[in-house]
Design a protein around this ligand. Structure first.
Ligand SMILES: NC(=O)c1ccc[n+]([C@@H]2O[C@H](COP(=O)([O-])OP(=O)(O)OC[C@H]3O[C@@H](n4cnc5c(N)ncnc54)[C@H](OP(=O)(O)O)[C@@H]3O)[C@@H](O)[C@H]2O)c1
Length: 254
């Protein structure tokens, strides 16, 4: 199927690893021009060079999305470099933080970058005649799959779903579709589950045992869900939460 992404202009936050990187690669492979950011400037340059060598049109910058002015400046620079914005993927997370500061960090790394990103891309997408925004949440945002001590990650992933849903209804009349993607555990070596497998194998095995499909997800599988929602082929899908979790979520999804 032609996803209709040739010539589209996409921005992905946190594009050098895992799900974000797989999304950048898939968007580029589908013919979109892509802007991405992350904090490590060397890795940003490396990933950008790899994509450019494959013929992709890329704008990449070292940015900390927890700093509102940096994030908004990056979005404006990316839009100028690509000639506009049709797709925005809010992917960065602070992860499952521990300790007293976790609530502030989840606010600054998970929720506020989505809020600020939506605010900044809305006029740019209106100028483009519409667009697609995808917010990365998690099954932790709506399901206590492995009951654990309350932590900020699940609470802020829930807030992401709620804000994405409200934004979806507010922006649909402008032709801007907002949707969420909620992965279950996704394994890659330099990601959280790669580290847990190496450092706390008993936790890794326990979680693996709770996934009906019998394996963790791959970044490419979540990227495919994100790119599908980014594509005009899903042009009638607004305000949904697409769960990619190998069947781990127990609730009926409606
Ligand atoms: N992996 C999973 O099992 C899983 C499960 C459920 C939901 N999710 C969600 O899916 C999304 C992606 O997860 P992932 O595991 O692929 O993420 P990840 O391994 O944490 O990678 C995140 C990316 O964001 C960048 N980044 C981190 N902090 C940043 C900041 N302050 N400013 C700019 N860039 C920053 C990282 O590069 P630098 O470190 O160089 O900045 C990296 O490119 C997240 O929203 C996560 O909550 C993941």
């Amino acid at each position: 199927m032609d996803l209709g992404l040739k010539g589209k202009r996409a921005i992905v936050t946190g594009g050098t690893r895992g799900i974000g990187r797989a999304t950048v690669e898939l968007l580029a492979a589908e013919g979109a021009s892509v802007a991405f950011c992350a904090r490590n400037a060397d890795v940003v340059a490396e990933v950008a060079a790899e994509l450019t060598a494959k013929g992709a049109t890329v704008f990449a910058k070292a940015v900390d999305v927890s700093k509102e002015a940096e994030l908004k400046g990056f979005i404006q620079e990316a839009a100028a470099a690509l000639g506009g914005v049709d797709i925005y993927v809010s992917n960065v997370t602070g992860g499952s933080l521990k300790g007293a500061e976790q609530w502030q960090q989840s606010l600054e790394l998970d929720l506020l970058p989505l809020v600020h990103g939506i605010d900044e891309v809305t006029p740019l997408m209106e100028a483009a005649g519409g667009g697609s925004i995808i917010a990365l949440s998690s099954t932790f945002g709506f399901d206590n799959v492995w009951p654990s001590s309350p932590n900020s990650y699940g609470a802020f992933k829930a807030a992401i779903l709620r804000h994405a849903s409200a934004a979806a209804h507010a922006l649909a009349s402008k032709g801007i579709r907002v949707n969420s993607v909620s992965p279950g555990p996704v394994y890659f070596e330099d990601g959280d589950w790669g580290k847990i497998k190496a450092g706390r194998p008993e936790v890794y095995e326990k979680v693996l045992g709770s996934i009906p499909l019998g394996r963790m997800g791959k970044p490419e599988e979540v990227a495919a869900a994100i790119v599908m929602l980014a594509s005009p082929v899903t042009g009638y899908t607004v305000g949904t939460n697409l769960v990619c979790d190998g069947g781990m979520t127990v609730r009926t999804q409606y």
